[in-house]
Structures are given as structure tokens and as C-alpha cells.
Ligand binder design. Sequence first.
Ligand SMILES: [Zn+2]
Length: 437
Amino acid sequence: MKILFEKADILFGDNLDVIFNGYLGIQDDKIIYVGEDKPTQKYDVVKDMSDKLLMPGLFNSHSHAAMTLLRGVGTGFPLQEWLFDNVIPIEDKLVPNDIRVGNQLAIMEMISTGTVSFSDMYVYPVEQIKAVMDAKMKINICRPILAFTPEDFPEKNERFIESLWLYDNYHNHDDGRIRIDLGIHAEYTSTEDSVRAYAVEAKKRNANIHVHVSETIKEHNECKEKYGKTPTKWLKDLGILETQSQFAHGVCLEDEDLNIIKEKGITIVHNPSSNMKLGSGFARISKMHDMGINVSLGTDGAASNNNLNMFEEMHLAAIIHKGNQNDPTILPSKTVIKMATVNGARMQGRLDTGVIKTGFKADIIAIDFNKPHLIPNINYLDSIIYSAQGSDVCMTMIDGFIVYEDGKFKTIDEEQTYNEVREITERLYEVYDGKKR
Ligand SMILES: [Zn+2]
């Protein structure tokens, strides 16, 4: 199948240059042509993209997608109370099918706001994989380990066994759209023995590791009191940073931590909505960027956000640090767009996407600029960051397949998903018609 987009403005190449009124050709899952001149080859489908910008799809680098079913739970509480007193009691009621449905809802929200791939950490991963495969989306998924006491580990720890089983059975599944990471929930939910043994398994597989690190000052300082070192140093000493890793949040990282992160090539996933909503603080993103650390962006789960809209994360990442540091020159639009695209792809181990260029995967979105809040459009990069909304996305293509176009979902039954979500939320919250019984 060959598709040609014509009369399109295109955010092209590693430097995000703009081609005006150009052509973008796709064959199967790859980009085969980008340019100002009409290609001579024949195409099966030609689409007029007047008033639209084609840009690389977005990579949501940290999420707990099925938490769409817990959207807004625990609003107003700090992280520890939010998690242990509000979120976990509802999560305890979740059954495997809920995860499939919660993911369908999350995927609808993500693909309709321009996300083509996400990195996720939650429960019942096989149900999640089903939902992602049906939707023809991309995911890096892990089953994070938890261990609270030395007896929790290793041979008896079901999560540990399941986590490795998932990797060994599903890594690079579905034409590579499904990738498996190893996952550690966090230092404060792990034991040294469990992490040390996990590091050995990660190294054997050369697996990517996804972990929450130094999200709050409480967590960070308690680790220092308990072990005499920061969570980053603790992970390093247990051997966990020998393969590619990604740290979600990194709000309270110290200078020494940043040096380790730089040296080990770790990606920091910045989640500005979640950090602001939970009052966790400002990660030192511009310093990380200046040091050459790979920084990507994530939404976190819908209970601490409350949406999965990467345009909002780009906007917040661009403005909150300028305000906090009294400096409008830091984190320019191009830098932030790269965080949401190629930096996320690189973190996921997907080196053939995140940029529009020939030979790369056709993971592309279109933004409709024929909107009042996008006119006049003086600078595309700034318009994307400061003016555009997730709802301006009018087409999302993943591996050359259009999964969303003009408000229509091509791989998910919208009405059926809403009905299933309603049934589940009635059970989880004992509500009827939106009211508590
Ligand atoms: Zn998280």
C-alpha cells in the first residue's frame, strides 16, 4: 500500500526544518519520499493536506494507561497518601478485563491527541498487550517488580517471575510494535536483594529498565537515611544501570546523581503535569538538557494528571521552568518537541522512528492549522508548543496505518468502549448515573 500526502507542510529531518506545500510518500510501514517536488512514482491513495502540518508522532514516555479508570482519584493529596490511601484501594478491585478496557480508553485518548507509542508500567500486561495490538499502536511495557521484605524474594516473588516471562515471550512482538522493558516500581517498594538479582537478569537480556526515581523529596531523603545514599547511587551500586535505563520523574536529583545519569546514558522522563499536580516540585530539566542528558516527556497515569494529552505536557515543560527560573531563553520550542518525539523513541530503543525522513517508520501525525487559535501562524515550532491543543490532531498514522482520522477511530469501537468503561466504573466506585450510592 502506497499513500501520498500532498500540499502538506512538513516538519522534516533531525533539525525539524519546515517544508512548505510539500509531498510525503509512504510505502507499507516506511517513509519513502519527502520533498517539495511531486514524486514521479504512482501511489494507491493521495490525500490533500492543505492547511495541515505533518510532524513526527509523539512518544508518551511514562504512563500507567489503565489508570484512565481512576481518572482524578486522590486529587488534592500528596504522593504517598494519594497512592496508598486513595489509588491502591481502587486498584485492588481491578480484574484483567478492566485493564484491556482501560487501555482501550487510554489508547483512544492518546491516538486522538497525537501519541503513536507509549512506555507503560502497570498490572496484567498481557491484557494490555491485547489492547495495544488490536489498536495497532506501539508500546514499551514492563511488569514492575515489588518486594517489601527479604522473604519476598527471589524464587517466590510472582512479579519477578512474570516480569522476566513477559520479556522472554513478548519482546519485539507484533512486527516490533510491542517491546518489553524490565521494570522496578521504585526504591521504596523494593529490597536490595530483589534489585541485585534483577540487575543480573537485565544484563543477560540487555533489557531496558524503567523505574520511578527521586519523584519526591520525602522518597529521596528516606532512601538517604536508610542506605546512606541517593536512589540513583543505590540503583547503580546494585548493578542496575549497566543496561539502558529510564528514570521517571527525577525531580530531586542531586549533582552527583546527574553525573551518574550522564555517564550511564540514562533517559530522564519529565512528567510536568503529574509533578505539578502532586506538588512534587520542579525537575532540573534545563540543567539536564545542558549536560546532554536525554530527556523525554510523559503524562504519568490519569489519576495524577488527569489526561494523557502530550500537547499539554509539551506546553507545561516549555513554560514552568521559564517561570521557575525567571529565564524565558531556556528550553526553546524545538528542544521540547524533540523531547516529545525523537528523545522518547530513542529511549524506547526505537532508532528508526521519531523523525520524518526517508527510510524511517511512518509514525506521523497531522495538525489542522485552520483553527482560530492557530492563526496567524508565525512560527510552526512555537505554535505547536504554545498555541496548539491535542484536539487539533486530525490524523494519526502508526507504521503506515491510519489509526485515527477526522475524529474517527479506525481500530477501536468507540461506543462499545464507553459502555464497557461505564460498567466497570459502576463496580469500582459503586456509582449510578455519576452519583455515589
Ligand atoms: Zn508513574
